[in-house]
Design a binder for this molecule. Structure first.
Ligand code: NAP
Length: 302
């Protein structure tokens, strides 16, 4: 029986999202005509994947526009989706000729301007969630909070969070304004979030983390070095026990963390999104979960 992505509330006063989120970082690479983008979103919705992840900078500042074209073509889609976007990174890119140096900007003026651009690009009047993309050493927490509260008051953004923040950076900003998530990297190839305090904080605050590159950004399935091959062999062993693919096991391994992570998919193939959804129904035996961790770190736990 086909599995439908379960839904999850990110925090007590947070939004309800699908546990599997459609990541649109690579949307421009998929070279889809607008009608094909609508069709792909419809297929994801049919799997219960109602939440999409964007950022102002994705695709060299074009991914939001590509989604916006699809939403303009099928106006009924917007209200069936939750849209996450991000701001705070300024890339040196032909689409932003005024940028001389890659840098972070979490000034109130930039946050407000970036959201206006995102809303226009996506043909929508609000974002369900806005994240500060990367921690900015010059972040003034009061200025960010003021911009967030203005956006909320104007109905332009419903909820706020951060991405790639350390627990201390998260604490700083959440001392000024409520945050509902920290979007961080976690995979069988990048297990650092298990021990750097970010998932402990997420569990303590009951703020479900959003996980990016849960399949190592595709690295897991490339040629790979000896470590990748070792992890892959362990995933294959466990996958055979469950009669599913290695990608399903790698995703289930992330989903099993008690901080209740949401997983962002990065593929443009609906079959890969369906695999991520099916991982929601797989529970690994504790020994198998640890065997995969040991294959990743190269040693059993102490
Ligand atoms: P991922 O799911 O780890 O990697 C997806 C890549 O793996 C795609 O290029 C995909 O290619 C490839 N792949 C190869 N075999 C696959 C398989 N069996 N199943 C699925 N994919 C397979 O995720 P990601 O793209 O790195 O990141 C996911 C999302 O996270 C992004 O879209 C973005 O929304 C978000 N993100 C956030 C941050 C941040 O700093 N907050 C950073 C990076 C990403 P095919 O398309 O050919 O399947």
């Amino acid at each position: 029986m086909a599995v439908i992505a379960p839904r999850i509330r990110l925090a007590a006063d947070g939004p309800e999202f699908s546990r599997i989120v459609f990541g649109l970082w690579r949307l421009a690479e998929w070279n889809l005509a607008p009608a094909a983008r609508v069709a792909l979103l419809e297929q994801a919705l049919a799997l219960g994947v109602t939440t999409v992840d964007q950022a102002d900078i994705y695709g060299g500042y074009v991914s939001e526009t590509l989604l916006g074209e699809a939403l303009a073509l099928a106006p009924g889609l917007r209200k069936r989706l939750q849209i996450v976007s991000k701001c705070g990174i300024k890339l040196v890119h032909p689409n932003r000729p005024q940028h001389r140096v890659k840098h972070y900007d979490t000034s109130g003026a930039h946050i407000l301007a970036s959201v206006e651009t995102s809303l226009r690009a996506m043909h929508t009047d609000h974002l369900d969630l806005l994240l500060i993309h990367r921690p900015d050493p010059l972040m003034d927490a009061d200025a960010v909070a003021e911009a967030f509260l203005q956006l909320q008051k104007d109905g332009k953004v419903l909820h706020f969070g951060v991405s790639n923040f350390t627990p201390a950076q998260f604490d700083l900003l959440s001392s000024r304004v409520p945050l509902v998530t920290n979007q961080v990297e976690l995979s069988v190839l990048q297990p650092a979030a298990l021990t750097d305090g970010s998932l402990d904080q997420a569990q303590r605050l009951r703020c479900a983390p959003m996980i990016w590159s849960a399949l190592g950004g595709g690295q897991l399935f490339g040629d790979g070095d000896a470590r990748v091959q070792r992890v892959r062999a362990e995933l294959a062993r466990v996958a055979a026990l469950h009669a599913v693919s290695e990608a399903v096991i790698a995703t289930a391994w992330v989903l099993q963390h008690p901080s209740r992570p949401l997983v962002l998919t990065g593929s443009g193939r609906i079959a890969a999104i369906a695999e991520a959804v099916s991982a929601c129904a797989v529970t690994l035996a504790r020994e198998d979960w640890f065997a995969i961790l040991a294959a990743s770190t190269g040693a059993e736990v102490a």
